[in-house]
Ligand binder design. Structure first.
Ligand code: R5P
Length: 290
């Protein structure tokens, strides 16, 4: 068995290797002057089970291409089995056509990974579970929720006062599963309605949060628009404290500004995507999915 890391999240890959009592495999990855990517394995993988750890987080295109070239290098070096371990699967939100003449980029990416030679894919918290069906190879779908739930339990906020909140209708199943694990905590849902293009969104709350500790759950925080708007509504509706929990911290601008603006008691994320130091803030807790 061999584990190799791409350049997207070497710290997580190192943690996984340490957990398994192994060393990361030696691999050379560099950019040519024109930006093209060069990969060479620095040790034999002939007949090996190879695991390549590489989230396709921003810069998504760079990290994806690097993963594809790593898979290709392993295949051409006669690896027996190649598993693409993709802690954050980029393009996951482009999983269907919502308007005519759009691409379904998540399916295209699945095709590319399979075509490159992966025998198996392991992903953490895919945006929609259905996208497992885009792969004609086995997919292992793992979750950040257990790590986040353990942490919440250790904070003793799992009281009767708790309410789990889905920040949009699409996340209800995820939030329901989370609530079930928190002693069947009640559920609330933020219902977002846009009355036409460029018209202000109207937020409605389904459920009761008055005087409660609200725990918002989402798969990813990108610009933090969704979760911050939801949190503002929860405060307006009388929530005592608001926590944000999310596996993937994409944190595109102005996420940090929104998350540190006093709306949240704490923002709990995992390390599927590496977080540069300048994107950290006092209310942030980063848990490991290694
Ligand atoms: C949407 O369906 C996702 O689950 C997230 O809620 C969304 O992508 C987060 O994006 P942002 O943080 O930019 O609102």
């Amino acid at each position: 068995l061999r584990i190799f890391s791409g350049t997207a999240n070497p710290a997580l890959a190192q943690e996984v290797a340490t957990y398994l009592g192994m060393e990361l495999g030696k691999i050379k990855i560099k950019r040519f002057a024109d930006g093209e990517i060069y990969v060479q394995l620095q040790e034999s993988v002939r007949g090996c089970d190879v695991f390549l750890i590489q989230p396709t987080c921003p810069p998504a295109n760079e990290n994806l291409m690097e993963l594809l070239i790593m898979i290709d290098a392993c295949r051409r070096a006669s690896a027996k089995n190649i598993t693409a371990v993709i802690p954050y699967f980029g393009y996951a939100r482009a999983d269907r056509k919502t308007q005519g003449r759009e691409s379904i980029a998540a399916k295209l990416v699945a095709n590319l990974i399979t075509e490159a030679g992966a025998d198996r894919m392991l992903a953490c918290d895919l945006h929609s579970g259905q996208s497992m069906g885009y792969f004609d190879i086995p997919v292992d779908h793992v979750y950040g929720q257990p790590v986040i739930l353990d942490y919440l339990a250790s904070k003793t906020i799992c009281s009767n006062d708790l309410v789990v909140v889905s920040p949009d209708v699409g996340g209800v199943a995820r939030a329901r599963a989370f609530a079930k694990k928190l002693s069947d905590a009640p559920l609330a849902i933020v219902d977002k309605r846009r009355h036409g293009h460029n018209l202000t969104e109207v937020l409605n709350l389904i459920g009761d949060v008055k005087g409660k500790v609200a725990v918002m759950v989402d798969d990813m925080i990108d610009t933090a628009g969704t979760i911050a708007k939801g949190a503002a509504l929860l405060h307006q509706e009388g929530a005592r404290e608001v926590y944000a929990c999310s596996t993937h911290a994409v944190f595109s601008d102005p996420a940090v500004e929104r998350l540190s603006s006093g709306l949240f008691q704490e923002v709990i994320i995992t390390n599927t995507i590496p977080l540069p130091e300048q994107k950290s803030f006092p209310q942030l807790t980063v848990l490991s999915v290694a």
